[in-house]
Write a protein that binds this ligand. Sequence first.
Ligand code: AAL
Length: 421
Amino acid sequence: MRTVWFILLSFLLVSCEDTDKLSKEKPLTSYPWDIPQTKPERPLSSAMERLYDNYLTPRPEDNELYSNFKFTHLEGFDYNGHNGTISRRDPSKIIFENGKYYVWYTKRDTPVPPIGAKNAEHATDTIPSTDWDLSDIWYATSDDGFTWQEQGAAIERPEKPKQGWRSVTTTDILKWQGKYYLYFQAFNEASGKKGDHCPVSMAYSDSPNGPWTTVEGVVIENGEPGSWDQFSIHDPYPLVYNGKIYIYYKAAYGERPEYLLGAGLAIADNPLGPFKKHPLNPLFNSGHETTLFPFKEGMAALITSNGNESNTIQYAPDGVNFGIASVTALMPKAAGPFVPDAFTSNGNGRGITWGLSHFYNGGSRSKVHTMLARFDADLSLDFNEPAFKQTRRFLPKEVYFSQGLNNELKEKRKTEALAVE
Ligand code: AAL
């Protein structure tokens, strides 16, 4: 009995000592092992400050604006053996009407492949300069987003000298008060002759199946001489936000090769305009064919290539002042997502999960063309798929070696190495 009492007493004494030790333990001075989900009250390095200030959540796995992209070949489009004579590129955002998905895109069907922007002087009525020269706007429909039926031309280039006689390209769709509007680039000269210069035109219809009536003249004017968008208004991308028509668009500014790409914004109450350019334009310092979608109360954007902020997904609570919401890789080029709430303007954007994008030059330089493909992603508040949230991926080594040194550069590097004393 004595022994039992002794054991019990010693046990009590030891546990009291432990509690005492704990209560006397100094508060944690290091960053905690269990990652705090909100910014902790302690000095933080710039990178850790950013982790809490810039991103929706500290872990990309929980970040609704972080995603990987998965690509699938489409069924239903023929490319003439990928010999460069047929190109489909720059898909619009996708809309769901009459029980099916609709997409519009640039289609080139020329006797020969393009000869390149540098040779634009030699382009003719049948020889295209760039991949999007001598093109028309076509459309296709689909039941499932994987197999598409090409329906024909929506907007053909008009007779010379009407705006767009040389090429009509890079369109996107707006639905406004029950009618449909396609905004597009309207070229009056072969792209490459003086850069890639063009203004934006528009066509309207009562039905997504057309017929489309093109308005006279341009709808979004190029900027005043000397301004960032003086020569080109590219990739017009309409959405309805704050009850108005918001068209984000790209301009290439500065002299090549240092030029910047990035989108600005033009706003109107009427699809015909007048469009008022936002005083803070350009809104992005990077990006090529910038893709946007309503997200929560603001706007999210895919910034794929060109510029310091390539490969980022950005968010602006006001649709204007964008910050980096995530950094990703292998993004869809010229993405045209299915945006179910593109025109609802309800201040509660839900995000996107799939769309079409394009792959340039599915082969050699002499067969230059572009093909459409499908991408899937998880950038939606209503969809959660961990397969899209990985930050560590293993790509086949061929992907890396395909980015090898060319022979000239290889020789240069060798010479430099040999010259080291
Ligand atoms: C695209 C877009 C515009 C350019 C050209 C065709 O990727 O940015 O449309 O003019 O390239």
